[in-house]
Design a binder for this molecule. Structure first.
Ligand code: TYM
Length: 381
């Protein structure tokens, strides 16, 4: 089914360049043809991390995969090492939504002692975003790379590269990929139209290329795992399609849901700054955004006390679930305090604002330190 037909049928849109509507993740798994993460797979992952499940797995933020079981088979049975590959399209400042796959990648790097390839697609963002100049994306690339380093990756095991600086290394692989993808496949997977510019039509080959780079660099087949939110999956469909034709292992992927915006729906997105928390927001700005967040509360304190709140539709509550309250018992108390009306939204948001500010302070400290070591991570041609 063509991407667009699928989107219309589903009543929401998820492409690498647009996420809109209320995403039904079960439907998306069926539409994209990915596999839900089941209990058996969670147990296997738990075993590799000393019997504990990463909070993002426990809370089902990472919910879907492609061939992660196959990758683990190789790792467990034959000690087959794998590499990690993830990235960022530098079109603006980094939000805490972008950090989700990177924080998870850091956990995977530590757990599996894996090399990481991190792509900054300055070319993609220049090609897709009206009004962004090359100079803009290059400035965002340098800025965003600091957030990547601030996640704590091991410099000895991490290569960060921007496409415009690393194209000589990527190009042979990218054109080999491109030669195997027809325009009709690219249209079906990405929804390209006659008025799409030809740069963006070629671009998927550039994002597929790093999935094969570990094999090229090591001179032998190296399995690759790609942690990302589910919007990036179309790229892996074509990468997996061409992999055997080029003699590379098919990349595996693990997908997250989207951290919601602080508004009344949709994902956190840098293009709507009022409802997004940026890693560089000051404490005042972040606090204000959280205090203005859409909540599941009633119109007045009196009504809240009488009727209680609706945590399932509350953006603030989702932040506790996904990022800011790891303790299940404490989360349960928060939920029942909300539902019973004993907790009013202002107090809940204040508690969330405190945690967000603490998180930002710590990230910003590491981000400052990243300025001194960034060149230990960057690779250039
Ligand atoms: P970009 O810059 O749009 O997003 C960077 C990463 O963040 C994920 N993401 C989110 N995750 C959780 N909640 C959100 N609200 C949210 N918004 C974005 C994205 O899925 C992505 O993983 N084309 C890519 C850059 C790229 C890449 C890759 C990403 C190149 N190679 C390999 C992942 C893996 C992009 O523009 O990402």
């Amino acid at each position: 089914m063509a991407a667009e037909d699928g989107e219309v049928a589903a009543g929401f849109t998820v492409t690498p360049w647009e996420v809109s509507g209320k995403v039904d993740y079960d439907k998306l798994v069926r539409l994209f043809g990915t596999t839900p993460i089941d209990k058996k797979l969670l147990e296997r992952l738990k075993k590799h991390s000393n019997g504990t499940l990463h909070p993002f797995l426990k809370r089902k933020l990472f919910f879907s995969h492609r061939d992660l079981d196959v990758l683990l088979d190789g790792f467990e049975k034959n000690g087959e090492k794998f590499a990690l590959y993830t990235g960022r399209g530098p079109s603006g400042r980094t939000t805490i939504g972008h950090l989700i796959p990177w924080m998870f990648t850091k956990y995977l790097q530590d757990t599996f002692n894996a090399e990481l390839y991190f792509q900054l697609t300055d070319d993609e963002k220049f090609l897709i975003k009206d009004g962004l100049t090359i100079e803009d994306v290059i400035a965002f690339t340098q800025d965003n790379a600091l957030d990547v380093v601030a996640c704590g990756f091991d410099p000895k095991k991490t290569r960060i590269f921007a496409d415009t600086e690393y194209i000589k290394t990527l190009y042979k692989t990218a054109i080999s990929v491109a030669k195997k993808i027809t325009f009709s496949t690219a249209k079906a997977v990405f929804g390209f139209k006659n008025d799409s510019n030809i740069g963006i039509i070629f671009f998927p080959a550039i994002q597929a290329a790093p999935a094969f780079l570990p094999s090229i660099i090591e001179g032998k087949p190296v399995p690759v795992l790609i942690p990302c939110a589910i919007d990036q999956d179309p790229y892996w469909r074509i990468a997996r399609d061409v992999a055997p034709k080029l003699g590379f292992p098919k990349p595996a992927a693990i997908h997250s849901k989207f951290i919601p915006s602080l508004g009344s729906g949709g994902k956190m997105s840098a293009s709507i700054p009022e409802t997004s928390i940026f890693t560089t927001d000051s404490e005042d700005v972040a606090r204000k955004k959280v205090m203005n967040a859409f909540s599941g509360g009633q119109a007045t304190v009196a009504e809240q006390k009488k009727l209680g709140g609706n945590p399932e539709v509350c953006s603030a509550f989702q932040y506790f679930v996904f990022l800011f309250e790891n303790d299940d018992a404490k989360l349960g108390v928060l939920e029942s305090e909300c539902r019973s009306g004993r907790m009013v939204c202002g107090d809940c948001k204040k508690m969330l604002a405190d945690r967000v500010c603490k998180f930002l302070n710590e990230h910003q400290e590491r981000r400052e330190k990243a300025k001194d070591v960034i060149n230990d991570f960057m690779v250039r041609d």
